[in-house]
Design a protein around this ligand. Structure first.
Ligand code: FES
Length: 573
């Protein structure tokens, strides 16, 4: 039902006198007729287009489709740019800037005459940063993902973003392929607009947008270059105008039940471990209580249904043709694993949107009764090595390594790792430990947790050993990799105290990660420990290192947690 409440844009465009003149006149400079300021919903289109974010390179077109939809529904669209984060190019890691971009988004929305907003997001961090920023303002909001690239094909085989980057570079190091073949594969992998087409972080987050209900049905899987992707953008443009009229705020969609649905969907798609940090950060912005234990508890008993890289063999294009995320949601709903009443952006409940979904390829999306992998989810580990938790993705791990005891091979930081890795003579029972790659330590918690294996092991045909760090891992990566150990080493967490040769025990079924060193010895080591020197003493890096929360809390900046709403009481002149 349409709300009679005065829209916030009227505080700008509905004014008389000097301020009304200022707020309207400059906007008219590109030919906007006076009747556009008659109180119709003003829709912000938050665009993360950038040539430095190749995954979002088609967003100008996508924005035009949103605009067309807004105009068709009688709204007034205004597109604005925000900081864009490209996973492939940004150093030292796009994650360092996720919170900065979220501030840009939050302030851009709040400071402008916007009644509702459509968020255009694609590459990994652009999704959480936009959702975090929008959550802290809490206007009617719809997310539109940019869609995955078409499948990579190389010599008759599918090759997936990231996943085959890691495997091809290991093949090159092991001497299995030539440099020319490596370069040829590089050209064949990314051959259209769109984001990584494996079930990496971008596809996971696009699936989270759909599962949370903040995106339109079908948001996760249509390829970026599929005409239906543009239809989603256009329908989102139409629908946001209605959401403003109905005054449905983001917080009415991003409820506790929406997050619970998303966590289960993440387990069923074998989604990225990065989703853990991002969803906790978004929840803490919008005011929903969500923690690591929720991930472990809600994901238990959920099977991975999709046979997609990095866990399986297909890619997002195949997922789309099989029916996409609606099929997964229907499967979960039939098992009672979806809260069917959760409201979504198109006005229907999640169950109304998905209950009729048809599976057109059960080899790509397997039924719950005969899943791709059983009981996967995200396992949250505890123990004296990670008092505030660490995580592992069982669907990407080697089953026999999930219960393992081995001696630590320790790298003090990423440079130490690179310096020594190919000279190391270790065996497959070793536990590789990487320190100082967490939020403060790197800074930004880079995706280096899936450390490449020493050349000597690769040449023996060994493709996995247990790896532990306070870092993250690319959603496209795989292996028995324990991540996000908290507190991190640079914050004085126990990871900082591990020494070469220490015995470490991992038991995923018992959710245990234990360092077999006595408390007395650890205390002695703690007294001798000195925090590493921060890499930069000024600017955003300093702000970040001084204020970033640990991974278990979403790695947001402490002063950004929560929301301030949309009120701005003062005029600008
Ligand atoms: Fe952008 Fe993978 S590099 S999604």
């Amino acid at each position: 039902m349409a709300s009679k409440k005065k829209r916030r844009s009227a505080e700008w465009f509905g004014r008389e006198g000097k301020m009304g003149f200022i707020y309207r006149s400059w906007v008219k400079n590109r030919g906007v007729p006076h009747d556009q300021f008659d109180g119709r919903p003003v829709i912000g289109i938050c665009n993360t287009y950038s040539e430095l974010t190749p995954c979002n390179s088609h967003f100008r077109t996508l924005a035009e489709h949103v605009k067309a939809g807004v105009l068709e529904a009688g709204g007034f669209p205004l597109e604005f740019p925000v900081m864009s984060l490209g996973e492939a190019l940004l150093r030292p890691t796009a994650m360092l800037y996720r919170n900065l971009a979220s501030m840009d988004v939050e302030e851009s929305i709040r400071g402008n005459p916007i009644d509702g907003v459509v968020l255009l997001m694609g590459c990994d961090k652009t999704t959480p940063s936009l959702l975090m920023g929008a959550s802290s303002v809490d206007l009617p909001t719809i997310g539109v993902s940019g869609g995955p690239m078409l499948s990579g094909w190389y010599r008759g085989e599918r090759i997936g973003s990231g996943t085959n980057t890691w495997s091809l570079s290991e093949d090159l190091r092991a001497g299995k392929i030539t440099r020319e073949e490596f370069h040829e594969a590089e050209t064949c992998m990314h051959r259209s607009h769109g984001h990584c087409m494996t079930m990496g972080t971008a596809s996971t987050m696009a699936s989270m947008v759909e599962a949370l209900g903040v995106g339109m049905p079908g948001n996760a899987a249509y390829p970026a270059v599929d005409a239906r992707r543009n239809v989603i953008a256009r329908m989102a443009g139409r629908r946001i105008v209605e959401l403003v009229k109905e005054d449905v705020k983001l917080s009415q969609i991003l409820t506790r039940k929406a997050f619970e649905n998303a966590i289960r969907v993440n387990a069923a798609i074998g989604g990225s471990t990065n989703a853990v940090i991002h969803l906790i950060a978004i929840a803490r912005r919008i005011g929903v209580k969500l923690d690591l234990e929720d991930w472990d508890r809600l994901g238990r008993g959920v099977h991975t249904l999709v046979n997609l890289m990095p866990n399986g063999k297909y890619l997002m294009e195949d997922f789309c043709y099989a029916g996409g995320l609606p099929v997964v949601i229907r499967e979960l709903g039939e098992q009672g694993l979806i809260d069917k009443d959760a409201l979504t952006a198109n006005g229907a409940t999640i169950w109304e949107n998905n209950r009729e979904a048809r599976n057109d390829n059960p080899d790509v999306i397997m039924p719950f009764a005969k899943p791709f992998k059983r009981d996967t989810g995200i396992a949250v580990l505890r123990g004296n090595l990670c008092p505030d938790g660490a995580i592992i993705k069982p669907s990407a791990a080697t089953p026999k390594l999930m219960k393992h005891k081995g001696r630590a091979v320790v790298f003090e930081n990423i440079e130490d790792f690179h310096r020594r890795i190919d000279d190391l003579d270790i065996d497959a029972s070793a536990v590789m430990v990487l320190k100082n790659c967490g939020p403060r330590g790197y800074p930004g918690m880079a995706e280096v947790g899936n450390m490449p294996l020493p050349e000597k092991l690769l040449k023996k045909g060994i493709t996995d050993v247990v790896r532990i760090s306070d870092a993250r891992m690319s959603g496209t990566a795989y292996g028995t990799v324990v991540l996000h150990a908290a507190p991190e080493a640079a914050a004085g967490g126990p990871l900082a105290l591990v020494r070469e040769g220490d015995l470490i025990e991992l038991d995923v079924s018992k959710r245990k990660l234990h360092l077999h060193v006595s408390d007395e010895e650890l205390e002695k080591r703690r007294k001798a420990w000195k925090p590493p020197k921060p890499p930069m003493q000024r600017g955003y890096w300093k702000l970040y290192v001084d204020h970033v929360n640990q991974a278990s809390e979403g790695a947001d900046l402490d002063f950004l947690v929560g929301k301030s709403g949309s009120d701005v009481p003062r005029d600008n002149h």
